[in-house]
Structures are given as structure tokens and as C-alpha cells.
Design a protein around this ligand. Structure first.
Ligand code: SF4
Ligand code: SF4
Length: 129
């Protein structure tokens, strides 16, 4: 599906589901990130970009692909913002623009019968938004 910049920003905000308006740009998230020296846009910068509707910069960034999803940024944020969730949203939007990464009932047939139920629920929560 093709989105314009405004729609992409709305989609990123919807998927990330974190209140970027609360960010005070203190930089604690970036200082906590174990992959910061490998990122082109640090976690605090990703928040700023999303707050300012710069979805194209977010989607062009390499940072989401080196993010470890360790959630250290979210843990250290004094305002309850989750840069980690923005990284995740950026990955999802990028992948979905390529036509992949959606789960539905039919695809369940391809999963192993011994797959843990928690993994299934987590996958639906993550990929069905
Ligand atoms: S730690 Fe939180 S408030 Fe500080 S820059 Fe990062 S997201 Fe913004
Ligand atoms: S979740 Fe990603 S962005 Fe956040 S601290 Fe970990 S590696 Fe860095």
C-alpha cells in the first residue's frame, strides 16, 4: 500500500503507540542505547523526527535495522516514551511496503504444531496491527 508523508506519519504513530509529544529531548535513550555508535539516527532523534512528521527520514534510516529491541531506551526514558517502539514501527512499515509481514488465519497452517502459544499470541499482537 502506498502512503503519502502524512499518512506514513500517522501509521508510524499508530504502530508505535507511544506519546512522542512527551519527549523533552534529554538524550537519555540515546546514551543508553548499546547500538548508538552504529546508528545514523539515534533513538532520541527518531522520536524527534516522528514528532515533527518526518516519516521519510525515519523510513530511510538504518537505525531500525541495527536496533536490538533491548528496550534500554524505553527503560531509561523519564517521560515514558518508547524509541524502541518507533524502531519497531519503522521496520514494520518498511517491510509492509514491500508487500510482506502480515499474519492471518490461513498462514497458521504453516506454523509447527509444537509452536508455543505465547509465541503465536505475540506474533499476532506484533504483526496484525
Ligand atoms: S529519554 Fe525519553 S524524553 Fe529523553 S530524549 Fe529519549 S525519548 Fe525523549
Ligand atoms: S531498543 Fe533499540 S534503540 Fe532502544 S536501546 Fe535497545 S538497541 Fe537502542
Amino acid at each position: 500500500m502506498e502512503f503519502n508523508n502524512k499518512e506514513l506519519t500517522a501509521e508510524l504513530l499508530r504502530l508505535a503507540d507511544t506519546d512522542v509529544k512527551r519527549c523533552i529531548q534529554c538524550g537519555r535513550c540515546s546514551g543508553s542505547c548499546p547500538m548508538g555508535d552504529k546508528m545514523d539516527l539515534l533513538p532520541s532523534r527518531m522520536v524527534w523526527e516522528l514528532l515533527n512528521g518526518r516519516s521519510e527520514e525515519i523510513l530511510a534510516a538504518k537505525s531500525p535495522w541495527v536496533c536490538l529491541s533491548c528496550m534500554a531506551c524505553e527503560q531509561r526514558c523519564p517521560k515514558g516514551v518508547s524509541p524502541c517502539a518507533i524502531m519497531e514501527a519503522a521496520r514494520l512499515v518498511n517491510i509492509r511496503q514491500q508487500g510482506g509481514n502480515r499474519l492471518n488465519a490461513e498462514t497458521l497452517e504453516n506454523y509447527p504444531a509444537d509452536m508455543p502459544q505465547q509465541a503465536l499470541v505475540a506474533a499476532f499482537r506484533k504483526y496484525n496491527k
